[in-house]
Design a protein around this ligand. Structure first.
Ligand SMILES: NC(=O)c1ccc[n+]([C@@H]2O[C@H](COP(=O)([O-])OP(=O)(O)OC[C@H]3O[C@@H](n4cnc5c(N)ncnc54)[C@H](OP(=O)(O)O)[C@@H]3O)[C@@H](O)[C@H]2O)c1
Length: 369
């Protein structure tokens, strides 16, 4: 690969893991970060590196960091940085976005829709000034909204309704991308992304971790969910490996579901597995009208405990399986997520990605597996 990869969202969960994978593959990386000046941007990058590694410091120029803001005109890039991107970048991974389920539509759109519009504009400048091999956008499988049944990778506008402004804004961003047929766009649609399937490592304890934390602390005995509803989640290592592949696969185009699909747990299966791992009686899954109000902080996730949509990932499997990239079954790694969450007290204590791997490896060696 000749050119550099421009990565947005490197301070976030998915972007951070992607950054480490790009580094480990020896790629030239330029990260775009919100910061007042270059000094602050470098400090933020050092903070990300310390969440990933125990003792790694970056070699000079190994990762370049530039100040930018996807909510600002022209991404708030300096003219010099924009010129540098046009001459040096040949692919973009756009992970930056707002994942807040509680945000209003205007603020979700400002980041998730207008941000994508600006990334498309920059992509066109790069494409006309040199060569753009790939614009890889990280969307979500929940652009399906409240659609029921099977949602396929080629599906987008099904006149669906949305659970929140997050879903709607990600859907609207995809409409912009599907109209950018002059660009080498690939859209990755993960479902819910959880920790690493080998080590349990995560930097974010949202979505399934919210109810898990409350349940582990004995503060959640019932949730409004149908036992048969689908809780589709995938580990970050699968998502990152898939993104790395889709970044370079010249044959890739269009949308790819990065999901558990057929392997996904039902809400009932997740409740039982979690109860067994935490040594407690399972949460009761009740109809909405019979359930007590959820504790603060969990209510925004409740709609994701009652999903009746299955994600078809035939295109993703056809592209990824030949490269050995497959989503593991949730039952094979849920225990690692729970162990890591308990060990870090759901993020109160920081453990780097590297330290989590070393601990997982040591545990496996000790048990002879
Ligand atoms: N997490 C999941 O389960 C999941 C599932 C499916 C899809 N996704 C998608 O994956 C992407 C990344 O999600 P995540 O979980 O990694 O989110 P995250 O941890 O909240 O990270 C969001 C990233 O976006 C950056 N950002 C936000 N506003 C920005 C702005 N105005 N300018 C520049 N950067 C900005 C943040 O930077 P700051 O540090 O400056 O705030 C941060 O680096 C999102 O697009 C999301 O829709 C996530």
């Amino acid at each position: 690969m000749s050119g550099a990869v421009l990565l947005t969202g490197a301070t976030g969960f998915l972007g951070m893991d992607m950054l480490s994978s790009l580094l480990e593959h020896g790629r030239q990386v330029i990260v775009l970060m919100r910061a007042a000046d270059e000094g602050e941007a470098k400090l933020r990058l050092d903070g990300v590196i310390s969440r990933l590694y125990e003792h790694r410091s970056l070699r000079d120029g190994e990762v370049r960091v530039i100040c930018g803001d996807i909510e600002a005109p022209h991404l708030r890039l300096s003219e010099a940085d924009e010129r540098m991107l046009i001459s040096e970048v040949d692919s973009i991974v756009h992970c930056a976005g707002s994942i807040s389920f509680g945000a209003d539509l205007a603020s979700s759109r400002a980041i998730n829709v207008e941000g994508v519009r600006r990334v498309i504009d920059l992509s066109r400048k790069i494409a006309s000034g040199g060569a753009l091999r790939r614009l890889l956008h990280v969307s979500t499988a929940y652009v399906c909204g409240r659609q029921e049944g099977v949602f396929c990778e080629q599906d987008l506008d099904l006149r669906q309704e949305f659970r929140n402004a997050y879903e709607q804004s990600k859907y609207e961003a995809e409409l912009l991308l599907s109209a950018a047929s002059d660009l080498p766009v690939v859209v990755a649609r993960p479902s819910i992304v959880v920790g690493n399937s080998e080590s349990g490592w995560t930097s974010a304890f949202n979505v399934i971790y919210g109810p898990m934390r409350a349940f582990a602390r004995g503060m959640l005995e019932e949730v409004p969910a149908n036992p048969g509803s689908i809780v589709d989640f995938v580990p970050i290592d699968y998502v990152t490996a898939a993104l790395m592949h889709l970044l370079d696969d010249e044959a890739a185009s269009g949308n790819y579901h990065l999901v558990a699909g057929d392997l996904a747990f039902s809400a009932g299966e997740l409740a039982s597995a979690q109860a067994e791992l935490l040594g407690r009686p399972p949460m009761r899954l009740l109809p909405q009208e019979e359930c007590r109000a959820l504790p603060e902080g969990i209510a925004t996730y409740a709609p994701y405990l009652d999903i009746r949509c299955e994600f078809d990932d035939a295109r993703a499997r056809a592209a990824l399986e030949p490269a050995g990239i497959t989503a593991p079954a949730p039952g094979d790694y849920l225990h690692r997520l729970v162990e890591f969450a308990l060990r870090t007290r759901f993020g109160k204590q920081r453990i780097s990605r590297e330290a989590a791997f070393s601990a997982a490896l040591a545990a496996r060696c000790a048990s002879g597996r």
